[in-house]
Design a binder for this molecule. Structure first.
Ligand SMILES: [Zn+2]
Length: 331
C-alpha cells in the first residue's frame, strides 16, 4: 500500500481486545516466543505489531501503552531501536530473501544492547521464499532468550506448515462498518465517500483510507462509466484502454470490475447489487446485456487476472484492449 499510516504507540480502536490479550499474556509471562498475526490485508496488523513492539521495549510504560517519550520510544519511532528489526521485501511484491533471514538469525542470537526484549517483525511472512522460510525455522525453534518473533501474514495459507505450527496464532478481523466509518471520519472524509471506499476495500479500513487518499473512488466511477460508453460506441476501445492504463493499477481495476460483473448478473435476476454507489450505471449496463454475457464478462475478467498474475511482464494495454473488445461485442 502506497500510503502508510503514521506509526502510533496505540493499537487501532478495533484491536483493543487482541491488545489486552497479548498484554495480559506478556504480563503473566505467558507470551509465546513467536506470534503469527494473520488476517486480510488493510486492517492494521503491522500497526498492531509495531505498537506492541514499542510497548514491550518502552522503559516507562503507563499500564497499557508505550509512553512515547522515553529514550527507547524515541529510538523506536525514529526507526533506530537496536533491539528491533523489521524484515520486509526490499520492494513491494518482491520476496524476502535468504540474506535477510540470515541477518535476522544473527540478530536473534546476539546479546541485546538494552535490557529486555529483542523483537523481530516479518511482514508479510508469505513473502519469504522456500529457502528463506527454511532458514527461519531454526530461530523459530530455538530463539535466543527474551526474543519475540512476530510474523504478519495476509495469506497464512501460503506459509509452510512447519512455520505455522511453531507460532501462536493471533487472528485479526476487520472492524464493524460503524467502527470503520468512525475511524475514517477522523480523517475528515465525507461519509458517503467513506462508505463507498469500504465497499471497495471489503471492509478493510486502512485499504479504504488508501482508496480515499488516492482518489480511486472517482477513478472507479470513471471506469464503470467507460463500460457504458463503450457499449453505446461513444468512445473507442483503444482510447479507454490507454486511459485506464494510466489511471490505476490494472489489478485494482480488475478487482473493481469483477465485483461489478457480479452485480450485473445479480441485477439480471432482480437481486440487490453490492456497489450501491454505482447503481444507476449498473442498471443501465445490465439492461443491455443477456444474463449469459454477464457471466462471460466475469469469466474473462478472471482469466485476465490469472494472466496478469502468471506473466512476469504482461502487456497491460493489450490485456485491457482485448478484454474491452470482447465486452463491446457481448450480446
Ligand atoms: Zn516509552
Amino acid at each position: 500500500m502506497a500510503q502508510e499510516l503514521e506509526v502510533s504507540e496505540r493499537p487501532l480502536p478495533w484491536q483493543l481486545a487482541i491488545w489486552q490479550r497479548l498484554l495480559t499474556n506478556y504480563q503473566r509471562q505467558h507470551l509465546a516466543h513467536a506470534l503469527l498475526i494473520n488476517g486480510v490485508a488493510g486492517i492494521g496488523k503491522v500497526q498492531l505489531a509495531l505498537a506492541f513492539s514499542q510497548r514491550l521495549l518502552c522503559l516507562a510504560p503507563d499500564s497499557d501503552f508505550a509512553c512515547g517519550q522515553c529514550k527507547s520510544c524515541k529510538l523506536f519511532s525514529s526507526g533506530n531501536h537496536p533491539n528491533f528489526i523489521h524484515v520486509k521485501p526490499e520492494e513491494e511484491g518482491k520476496a524476502i530473501v535468504i540474506q535477510q533471514v540470515r541477518a535476522l538469525n544473527e540478530f536473534a542470537h546476539k546479546k541485546a544492547q538494552f535490557e529486555g526484549y529483542r523483537i523481530i517483525l516479518i511482514s508479510p511472512a508469505e513473502a519469504m521464499n522456500l529457502s528463506s522460510a527454511n532458514a527461519l525455522l531454526k530461530t523459530l525453534e530455538e530463539p535466543g532468550s527474551k526474543t519475540l518473533l512476530m510474523l504478519v501474514s495476509h495469506l497464512s495459507g501460503k506459509l509452510l506448515a512447519t512455520i505455522k505450527s511453531r507460532c501462536q496464532a493471533v487472528d485479526c478481523r476487520e472492524p464493524s462498518v460503524e467502527q470503520a466509518l468512525d475511524w475514517l471520519s477522523v480523517h475528515d472524509y465525507d461519509r458517503t465517500l467513506a462508505e463507498s471506499s469500504l465497499v471497495m476495500s471489503e471492509g478493510a479500513p486502512l485499504k479504504a483510507l488508501h482508496i480515499l487518499g488516492q482518489g480511486l473512488i472517482e477513478t472507479r466511477h470513471q471506469v464503470v462509466a467507460d463500460l457504458l460508453s463503450l457499449r453505446s460506441k461513444s468512445v473507442g476501445v483503444v482510447e479507454v484502454a490507454a486511459r485506464w492504463n494510466k489511471a490505476a493499477d490494472l489489478s485494482e481495476i480488475l478487482h473493481w470490475l469483477i465485483s461489478v460483473s457480479v452485480d450485473l448478473a445479480k441485477l439480471k435476476v432482480h437481486q440487490e447489487a453490492r456497489n450501491r454507489d454505482l447503481i444507476s450505471v449498473l442498471e443501465e449496463a445490465s439492461a443491455g446485456l443477456q444474463v449469459n454475457s454477464c457471466f462471460q464478462f466475469h469469466d474473462q475478467l478472471m482469466e485476465v487476472r490469472r494472466l496478469l498474475l502468471s506473466t512476469a511482464n504482461p502487456n497491460r494495454q493489450m490485456l485491457i484492449e482485448s478484454l474491452l473488445f470482447d465486452w463491446v461485442a457481448l450480446p
